[in-house]
Design a protein around this ligand. Structure first.
Ligand code: SF4
Length: 465
C-alpha cells in the first residue's frame, strides 16, 4: 500500500506462511487464513492460499487485504491438510493479480505451489536465460523464475532440485513450497529474510515469516529456519538439509527496527526488546531536557517507553493512529493534504500542549512524514519538538526485497543531520549511532545494515541514483 500513510517508510514486500497437518482429513485453509491475518502488516496488496490434498493443489488469490480476499465460502473450497499462504506488497506498476502468490504450476504429473518473500539480485539474468530456452513467463516476479528452475530439476527429486536452484539464485529469499505430500521451507544463505518453524498442539508443523503468526494459531515456536537451510516436513516429521553455499548470516536489521510485529521473536531476538533497548540507547546518546516522551505508532512506542525509562522523563500517548485503512480507501489529493487533511494520525492535545516534547520514530526516509508530525505537534501547542530516531539515516537503496526510493530521494543520502532538522522543522534531531543500533539488537555482526552503511552482503546491481 504505497500511499500517503507510509510514503516515508521503507516498505516490506511480503509475508509467507505454511502448515502441515498430520491428519489428512483435517483442512488447513482456515489456519492459514489466521496466519496470514497475523502477517498482514508485511503486505496489503494481495493475499493468496494454496492447499494440497494428496498432491492435488487448490488455490485462491486476489488483490486486497486478507479479510477482503477470503470471503464467503472461499476457504471451504480449499481442501487439504498441507498448505501455504502469502501476503504481498508491491511497487507501483506491478500491482496486479498475475503477480499475487502463491504461484501454482503443473509439471508432468505433479503440482507445485510456491510463495516467496525477498528479492533475487540475479533474477533478470536468470529470466533471460530461461526465455532463451523457450520458457514463457506469465508474471513479472522473481518467484516465477524460482518455480521454473525448480520444475526443471524435479526429475532429480524435490530436495535435489531445490539444492540445484539455491546454487543458482542469488539474493534474499524465504520460501514455502508444497508439492506431493510435503511442506518445504527454504531460507537464503545469509538469512536476510526471516522464516521460523513451529509446532501445532496436535503435532502438525508451521512455517512462518514471523513467530507472531504461530502465537495466533496456538502453535509453539520451535526455532528459526537457519540461514541456508532447507526444511522438509512430511509424514516422518522434519528433515533438515543444508545448502552448499555457506556464507555469513546477515538478517535484515530493519525487520527489528520496523517491519516485524513487536510480539515476534526473530533469530532469538525479541522485536519489542530490541526497540525498547534502542530507545534507552538514544536517551543515553542524545538526551535533551523535556516534559514528555511520545512515540510514533506503532513501532516508535516501545522505543519511546525505553527512552522515558532511561531518561526519567515521563512517557505519554501523544499521537493516535487510525488503523482501519484498507486498499480501497480514498486517498486525499495533494490539495487536501496541503489543506491539512491528516487521516492516519492525530495529536493528543492534552499530552503535548504547552510541553517540551520528545518524539521517537523508527526511521526517516524522505523526511516528508517527519515534517508533518512536527507540524502536527506544533499545531497542537507543543512548545518544543525534539525528534529522536531509532535507526541511523537511511542513505542506500535496498536490493533484497524492500521497496526503497531512489537515492536522490533519501534525505539521509542528500543532507546532513542539521539540514534534515531544519527541513522537518524540529528544535533538535538525533539518530541512533550505528554502534547503538547494533547494541540494541544484542550486538554481533550477523545483520545486514546496508541501507545505513552501504555494506551489502553480496554484489548488487548498479541502480539509478
Ligand atoms: S539493505 Fe536495509 S532494508 Fe535491505 S536487507 Fe539490508 S538492512 Fe534490510
Amino acid at each position: 500500500m504505497n500511499n500517503f500513510f507510509n510514503e516515508d517508510k521503507l516498505q516490506e514486500e511480503c509475508g509467507v506462511f505454511g502448515i502441515y497437518k498430520t491428519d489428512k482429513e483435517m483442512q488447513c485453509a482456515q489456519l492459514i487464513y489466521y496466519g496470514l491475518y497475523a502477517l498482514q502488516h508485511r503486505g496489503q496488496e494481495s493475499a493468496g492460499i494454496a492447499t494440497n490434498f494428496e498432491g492435488k493443489i487448490d488455490h485462491y488469490k486476489d488483490m486486497g487485504l486478507v479479510t477482503e480476499v477470503f470471503r464467503g465460502d472461499v476457504l471451504s473450497e480449499l481442501k487439504g491438510n498441507i498448505g501455504i499462504g502469502h501476503v504481498r506488497y508491491s511497487t507501483t506498476g506491478e500491482s496486479h493479480i498475475e503477480n499475487a502468490q502463491p504461484l501454482v504450476v503443473n509439471h508432468k504429473n505433479t503440482q507445485i505451489a510456491l510463495a516467496h518473500n525477498g528479492n533475487l539480485v540475479n533474477a533478470k539474468a536468470l529470466r533471460e536465460m530461461l526465455e532463451d530456452t523457450g520458457v514463457v513467463f506469465q508474471t513479472t516476479i522473481d518467484t516465477e523464475v524460482i518455480v521454473n528452475l525448480l520444475a526443471r530439476g524435479l526429475k532429480h527429486g524435490v530436495v535435489d532440485s531445490i539444492k540445484r536452484v539455491v546454487d543458482i539464485i542469488k539474493g534474499a529469499y524465504a520460501i514455502v513450497i508444497t508439492t506431493e505430500d510435503m511442506l518445504i521451507g527454504v531460507r537464503d544463505p545469509h538469512g536476510l529474510r526471516p522464516l521460523c518453524l513451529g509446532r501445532t498442539k496436535n503435532g502438525g508443523y508451521v512455517l512462518s515469516s514471523e513467530s507472531c503468526a504461530l502465537d495466533t494459531i496456538g502453535a509453539e515456536l520451535i526455532r528459526d529456519v537457519e540461514p541456508g537451510e532447507i526444511v522438509v516436513i512430511d509424514s516422518e516429521g522434519v528433515k533438515s538439509f543444508s545448502q552448499n553455499n555457506w556464507v555469513k548470516k546477515r538478517l535484515c536489521i530493519f525487520e527489528l527496527i520496523y517491519f516485524a510485529r513487536p510480539d515476534s521473536v526473530m533469530d532469538g531476538t525479541s522485536v519489542y526488546l530490541s526497540r525498547h533497548n534502542a530507545g534507552k540507547i538514544l536517551a543515553r546518546e542524545s538526551f535533551v531536557e523535556a516534559d514528555v516522551v511520545i512515540g510514533v505508532p506503532d513501532s516508535g512506542i516501545p522505543a519511546a517507553i525505553g527512552f522515558a525509562e532511561a531518561s526519567g522523563i515521563p512517557f505519554g500517548m501523544g499521537l493516535i493512529k487510525n488503523k482501519y485503512i484498507g486498499r480501497t480507501f480514498i486517498q486525499p489529493t495533494q490539495a487536501l493534504r496541503e489543506e491539512g487533511v491528516m487521516i492516519k494520525l492525530n495529536a493528543l492535545k492534552e499530552n503535548v500542549a504547552g510541553k517540551r516534547v520528545i518524539i521517537v520514530d523508527d526511521s526517516i526516509v524522505r523526511g516528508t512524514t517527519s515534517k508533518k508530525l512536527v507540524e502536527l505537534l506544533r499545531n497542537a501547542g507543543a512548545k518544543e519538538v525534539h525528534f529522536r530516531v531509532t535507526s541511523p539515516p537511511v542513505a542506500h537503496t535496498c536490493h533484497f526485497g524492500i521497496d526503497t526510493p531512489y537515492r536522490r530521494e533519501l534525505v539521509g543520502a542528500m543532507k546532513t543531520v542539521d539540514e534534515i532538522r531544519d527541513m522537518i522543522g524540529a528544535d533538535t534531531l538525533a539518530f541512533i549511532s550505528n554502534g547503538g543500533l547494533i547494541e540494541s539488537v544484542g550486538g554481533g555482526t550477523g545483520y545486514c545494515s546496508a541501507c545505513f552503511d552501504g555494506d551489502y552482503p553480496m554484489e548488487v546491481p548498479v541502480l539509478e541514483d
